[in-house]
Design a protein around this ligand. Structure first.
Ligand code: BG6
Length: 473
């Protein structure tokens, strides 16, 4: 068989349902800029940069970010040109309520109204997320997610958003990756307030879960007819071998990093093994009967899945010092699977089938909850070196990354998964917390010297994919 014949026989067409959501995701702090303008109050990122600028890649703050606050009209026009039918943004809590509570900032109401209206006018459905890592500083000073009072301020903020924008927004999300502020802020020192304390981390996690349930309750009380969900970063946990000890280690990692949020959000309960483990570590938060009932009752309508990488787990080979304060890694070790494919820029394994395993797990064990891929993407450092003479970035690696993941999404769909869409992280290169502009993720490149945008090759490839509602590969 010659090569051409061979090619024609192996190429497959991946068609998606006609109402599939295609688009991208972003967040307020990472894109808006105008951090000290428009009446916005400081959040923990503004503050952390002020006190420790050297913790941020190249010393770049979020004060300008990708200038979305000023360029949203052109950016939305570009999303339209690239075929988006949906886009996820987040509201900056400290823009709407400069101190996190009390008086609303009218300039923020005006800004988000303009953004939402512009999206709708462009035929792009706004998916709105309420919390993407950006606690108002004034509330962090009151204890942040460790404080019950802050949970109640969050619920008031959520309610205000539903009242202000719910006539036009039909997809709401309570949190993006709520485990990340727990890990970053209270376990591994990559978010403010840079605490390392398992018990406090669990309290933060518990309050985030409770706040999500209470926001869902507030949404249902409005009698609006949209859907409300949560966005979780899921990291399938694969054991090194089928030995009982490796499997048990992977099981524990799954409970701690996935099921800790997935079970309460979708099923309304916590895994019994998690409760046991927290009791053993004297880290079980006090959970009143009323809270338990709220978590049980107010589960999500829809789940967003952020998928970047799996976890490769093996049994703990060297026992931790019994006097060392408890950390999740006392229960298992990570291992590097030989031959694995890597995004070397980010240091993350690329394992496309992971997305299928997540979707299959949701279908089999979580009532086939309505879901979508809310983030997936490839961060690359120094993308400039892929710039062609015509000025565009030839990011074939990103096209390949997306296509290979979509093949597995398609396979899950064929088997009956309730997956409704795919959003890339992200629309345009943006400011990524302490990594600032190190890794570029966008379909659209941003030149930070003058804030101009250039569509990358992948952006046009995605536009074509949306037009065809599928691709060949
Ligand atoms: C996701 C977050 O976890 O990862 C985004 O939701 C973040 O906010 C993205 O920007 C990429 O992170 P990084 O650190 O690779 O730039």
């Amino acid at each position: 068989m010659n090569q051409i014949e061979n090619k024609t026989t192996t190429i497959k067409k991946y068609d998606f349902p006609t109402d599939f959501w295609w688009g991208t995701a972003a967040s307020a702090t990472q894109t808006e800029g105008a951090a000290y303008e428009g009446g916005k109050g400081p959040n923990i990122w503004d503050h952390w940069y002020e006190v420790e600028p050297n913790r941020f890649f190249d010393g770049v703050s979020a004060s300008v970010a990708s200038d979305f606050y000023y360029q949203y009209k052109q950016d939305i026009a570009l999303m339209k040109e690239l075929g988006h039918n949906s886009f996820r943004l987040s509201i900056s809590w400290s823009r709407l309520f400069p101190t996190g509570e009390g008086t609303i900032n009218p300039e923020a109401v005006d800004f988000y109204n303009r953004v939402i209206d512009a999206l709708i006018e462009a035929g792009i459905e706004p998916f709105v997320n309420l919390y993407h890592f950006d606690m108002p500083l004034a509330l962090q000073e009151k204890g942040g997610w460790e404080s019950r009072e802050v949970v109640m301020h969050y619920v008031a903020y959520a309610k205000t958003c539903f009242e202000l924008f719910g006539d036009r927004v039909g997809k709401w999300f309570t949190h993006n990756e709520p485990i990340v502020p727990v890990e970053g802020g209270y376990l591994y020192d990559f978010h403010y307030p840079n605490v390392v304390d398992f018990k406090r981390a669990v309290q933060v996690a518990y309050h985030s879960i409770l706040s999500s349930a209470l926001a869902i309750e507030a949404y249902r009380d409005t009698r609006q007819t949209g859907k409300i969900g949560i966005i979780l970063n899921l990291t399938p946990s694969y054991p090194r071998s089928q030995n009982e000890a490796d499997r048990q280690a992977a099981y524990l990692a799954d409970i701690l990093f996935n099921r800790s949020f997935l079970d309460p959000s979708v099923l309304g309960t916590f895994p019994a093994e998690l409760i046991e483990l927290l009791k053993e570590q004297d880290a079980l938060p006090a959970m009143g009967e009323t809270d338990r009932k709220k978590i049980e009752t107010y589960t999500v309508d829809i789940l967003g899945i952020n998928y970047y990488q799996p976890r490769r787990i093996k049994v703990k080979e060297h026992l931790p010092n019994p006097k060392a304060p408890f950390m999740p890694e006392h229960l298992f070790d990570y291992y590097e699977m030989p031959g694995r494919k890597m995004n070397r820029h980010r240091g993350w394994e690329i394992y496309e089938k992971g997305v299928y395993d997540i979707l299959t797990n949701l279908r089999e064990n979580y009532g086939n909850i309505e879901c979508f891929i809310s983030e997936n993407g490839m961060g690359v450092e120094g993308e400039e070196r892929y710039r062609d003479t015509d000025g565009s970035i030839q990011d074939d690696y990103r096209i390949d990354f997306i296509a290979e993941h979509l093949k597995w999404v398609h396979h899950a769909l064929e088997e009956g998964s309730n997956v409704k869409g795919y959003h890339l992280w992200t629309f345009m290169d943006n400011w990524s917390w302490s990594n600032a502009y190190k890794n570029r993720y966008g379909f659209v490149g941003v030149d930070l010297t003058n804030q101009t945008r250039t569509v990358k090759k992948s952006g046009y490839w995605f536009k074509h994919l949306i037009e065809e509602n599928g691709f060949e590969g």
